[in-house]
Design a protein around this ligand. Sequence first.
Ligand code: HEC
Length: 164
Amino acid sequence: MIRNTIVALAGLALLAGCGGNEAEGEKKSEMASVRDLMKDEVQPTAEIYWGSAGSVSDENGMTDLTPTTDEGWQKTRDSAVKLGELGKKLMEPQYSKDRGEGWIRLSQGLIDVSKIAEQAAADKNPDKVFEVGGTIYDVCTACHQAYPQSEAPSAEGDGTAAAG
Ligand code: HEC
């Protein structure tokens, strides 16, 4: 079956957030707000969806991540709905300002894929949830490539600051 390929999905959760490691100097600036939304809401929500398909392997062998209860499926479905809401949120001026039309298109992409994702969870279709999970990942990646992460807090422009 699809046992072999299916392992990959859980790993996507790690890849999606391209190594945000510095937590220091976080100011509540406008630039930081997209980052905060990603870190606090988009990433955890996507992880719920990604964590609902495929398998993880450990010393006991493969553990199937497919929900086994109605509550579990509902959680998957809720996470899909939430991703769509977050896509809408990303379109708000607070986040979309000065980012052009591409931003709106990419945010709409998240909304579109969230609907397919919700349907797959509503259908309790593990293969479909797995497949759509990959598509969600592609949507995340497309935006991250178009709008790279802001390197550092943009308060001081100079590279090396000696002051301590
Ligand atoms: C419409 C554009 C867009 C979409 C869609 C998008 N992101 Fe982001 N994401 C960004 C931008 C821009 C940043 C960089 C923010 C910054 O550093 O100022 C970012 C940063 C992140 C970060 C790093 C946050 C940190 O701690 O620095 C994570 C994690 C992340 N995104 C996860 C996701 C996931 C998961 C998805 C898909 C479910 C996704 N993003 C979809 C625009 C997007």
